[in-house]
Design a binder for this molecule. Structure first.
Ligand code: IVH
Length: 742
């Protein structure tokens, strides 16, 4: 792109050629952001601020700098885009018929059940008849045919072909509506732009788009060199690439599409089996994994899954299990589907990986209500990573095993004294650690190596590790586990610093008063300096007191004072939650605030009035009454008020607002599980509540949607069992009406 006026160009070139690395670094950053801004003004807002020639000169200068200092060349640099315009937003993409999910199986017995179910038609009623018609002979003799395929760990897509031409691609979204990502998918490998004849009037091809491990590792290395954020696993990396408005990254790091099923076919006979579908895909030059197998009977299925697991480290893409599908389409139809998943297919998830490490010690951590929780301190250990062979950069031609994804675990909660005792832990015990369904690491029983007697026992503290007051043990009967559980408590409810620190942290937290800047470190400082000894003291802090604290400047002190000031107007529900009344979590606080409307009405409520609130039972009511019986809490509330905390009356009942909220979410109950790739569970929860939805901790028939992220566990299984719809983060964002999905 040679600029038109050569003197300007010469000037740009001279400047670029004289720059030192340091100058160039700053200049490249500025040029990239400036060019991006102008591109947005030009393409998206139709309001260019500069002439094309001026843009070209900036572009030219950036090109020279990137040539001279290739290490400064960023992935999102405008120079990296070869044609292909960014889109302004992702348009909705409808799936007809919907893209269903799969239910999960976790072991061989579970797979055998699947076979029994499909065979006996226990689920379907109609299968026995269908088998007979299909001439399958005796049900017990011989097995059914299944196709076993890798369960690719990427992003589900549907591609539409009209008259043999690729026209559109969309993400799965909630299964019915996803997002149009044609602009990025057209750069993917394995997406033929034309189908070989014969082709139908319309075909909808479904599959998974992944970033190969090699590319994932390289992209992360490139990002790291430039100090940009890297991705935890290939799935997150490819999600970012596919859903970007700008196709530049998809061109630079083209992901690969693997076709696995047929969504619709118009003007051509549907193949008679799943295997024939794959053959058709092959003829159309879609890419298959090459690991698809036809198996007869469940034993062959189990063997094929084991083969796949063994091959896993050598595959060029990430997989998280295997998919098993009944081969014959006529049998599939007889078996049918729920609204959530086909009953003729299932997925087998590989078991959670565990690692063995050493227990360094057990720490006793004091919570805001005085409960003391044992926490295992572990020799750091990596968990949840997958291993792959990749080219060894130091020895060309040979491969080495690398770890991808996973986290380093150094602590794990031990919940309570009973849990601790059950594990038979001693100092320096060897313990298996795993990440169960959820992200939280768990510790198993200590390994019995006959050396326990040589290791120091874990002593239960007689005094609180924070304030030195005596501790006491409480026993309560756990109905679900049908056993007694022992918990440890600090007896000092008035002046224990650890409890106070935790209570203030909770009060200031994002979901409560949301006091920006008031994090754990500062709270610790305030409490140990004696500046704060109850919640309300926060509002008595003076700028001068804050600015003298370690690592606290004038400016940050002023920011904190501002944040405190702003928090005084937080809605009643947040203040109630922030007070930390036992049993009053975020949702209950919200229910109470909405029901009573004002703090005074709430404080006047008796047990009957409290229990009249939907979802408030005798346990919560008793806990609220007990809290308000305490003079300390009453005094605190009065003092908070006197210092300007407003406890504003709650807004009108929700029903009035619901109509204006995105109707997909309002009134629906969601359960969140696993790691959501971009928003995290607490943000997701906040957004759902703000849109008028509910968030519950456990899956039941009343759950409308389970939002599942990576490593989702038992909640997902339960959702499958109950036929509850499972959606991913993308779908949630779409339901929330979010256009700007990363
Ligand atoms: S078949 C009707 N085959 O798994 C059957 N799905 O839980 C529906 N997936 O996001 C899907 N590999 O994209 C099928 N070989 C495979 C798959 C596969 C990965 C994904 C699918 C969807 C999820 C369903």
């Amino acid at each position: 792109m040679e600029p038109t006026r050569s003197d300007d160009a010469a000037h740009a070139r001279a400047r670029a050629e004289a720059a030192t690395l340091e100058q160039a670094t700053a200049r490249v950053a500025w040029l990239v952001s400036e060019l991006q801004r102008h591109a947005r003004l030009y393409y998206e807002q139709d309001e260019p601020e500069i002439e094309d020639r001026a843009y070209d000169l900036l572009f030219y200068e950036l090109q020279i700098l990137e040539e001279r200092f290739p290490q400064l060349s960023r992935e999102d640099s405008p120079t990296q885009r070869v044609g292909g315009k960014p889109v302004e937003g992702l348009e909705p993409f409808e799936h007809v018929p919907p893209m269903l999910s799969l239910d999960n199986r976790f072991d061989d017995d579970h797979l055998r059940e699947f076979e029994v179910m499909t065979k006996e038609g226990r689920v379907t009623g109609g299968l026995v008849e269908a088998l007979r018609r299909a001439g399958a002979g005796s049900l017990d003799a011989g097995g059914l045919e299944y196709v076993v395929e890798p369960k690719l760990d990427g992003i589900a897509l549907e591609l539409i072909y009209e008259a043999g031409r690729f026209v559109r691609a969309g993400t799965r979204g909630d299964g019915r509506t996803g997002e149009d990502v044609t602009h990025t998918v057209s750069h993917c490998k394995g997406v033929p732009l034309r189908l070989k004849a014969p082709y139908p009037r319309e075909a909808r091809i479904r599959g998974e788009v992944v970033l190969h491990i090699e590319d994932f590792v390289r992209r992360n290395e490139a990002l790291e060199v430039r100090g940009e954020k890297t991705f935890e696993d290939p799935r997150n990396s490819v999600a970012g690439i596919i859903r970007q408005l700008d196709p530049a990254t998809a061109e630079r790091w083209p992901p690969s599409f693997y076709a696995h099923s047929l969504g619709a076919l118009d003007g051509m006979d549907w193949p008679e089996s799943e295997w024939r579908v794959l053959e058709l895909f092959g003829r159309w030059e879609f890419v298959l994994t090459g690991r698809e197998r036809v198996c007869t009977g469940i034993d062959e299925v189990i063997a094929a899954i084991a083969d796949l697991q063994e091959a896993r480290p050598r595959l060029e893409f990430g997989i998280d299990g295997a998919v098993v599908k009944l081969n014959e389409v006529s049998l599939q139809q007889a078996v049918g589907a729920t609204s959530h998943h086909p009953k003729w297919a299932t997925s087998y998830k590989y078991p959670a990986k565990e690692a063995i490490t050493e227990l360094v010690d057990v720490e006793f951590s004091v919570g805001r209500s005085g409960v003391i929780t044992p926490v295992a301190i572990l020799e750091p250990v990596r968990l949840g990573a997958n291993e792959y062979y990749r080219e060894d950069p130091d020895r060309p031609g040979s491969k080495k095993l690398v770890e991808v994804g996973g986290v380093t675990v150094t602590r794990a909660t031990l919940h309570n004294l009973t849990y601790l005792k059950d594990r038979k832990l001693r100092r320096r015990s060897r313990v298996p650690v795993y990440r169960a369904g959820d992200v939280i690491p768990k510790v198993k029983d200590a390994i019995d190596d006959g050396l326990a007697a040589m290791r120091a026992e874990i002593c239960i503290p007689q005094v609180c590790p924070s304030c030195g007051a005596s501790t006491h043990v409480e026993r309560r009967f756990d109905e679900k586990k049908e056993r007694w559980i022992e918990t440890l408590h600090c007896t000092n409810s008035v002046s224990c610093p650890a409890q106070l620190v935790r209570a203030i942290e909770h009060f200031a937290s994002r979901k409560a008063m949301d006091i920006e800047g008031l994090g754990s470190k500062l709270v610790d400082q305030l409490v140990s300096a004696g500046l704060v000894s109850r919640l309300s003291d926060l509002y008595d802090l003076a700028h001068g007191q804050l600015s003298t604290l370690d690592r606290m400047g004038e400016k940050s002190a002023a920011n904190i004072i501002d944040a405190l000031e702003r928090s005084k107007a937080q809605p009643l529900a947040r203040v109630l939650f922030g007070l930390g009344i036992p049993q009053v979590g975020e949702t209950t606080a919200r229910d109470l605030a909405l029901h009573f409307g004002s703090l005074d009405a709430f404080m006047r409520a008796d047990a009957a009035a409290l229990e009249a609130v939907p979802d408030v039972g005798p346990k919560v009511a008793a806990s609220v009454l007990e809290a308000f019986a305490s003079p300390e809490l009453l005094a605190e509330i009065l003092r908070l008020r006197a210092l300007g905390v407003q406890f504003p009356d709650a807004a009108a009942p929700v029903s009035a607002e619901v109509a204006e909220l995105p109707s997909a979410v309002a009134g629906k109950t969601f359960v969140l599980t696993g790691t959501l790739p971009t928003m995290g569970r607490s943000l997701a929860k906040e957004r759902i509540l703000a849109a008028g939805g509910k968030v519950s901790g456990s899956v039941s028939k009343r759950t409308d949607f389970v939002v599942a992220g990576a490593e989702a566990g038992s909640k997902l299984t339960k959702a499958g069992a109950l036929g509850v719809a499972v959606i991913d983060e993308v779908a949630l964002l779409a339901m929330l009406g979010d256009k700007d999905i990363p």
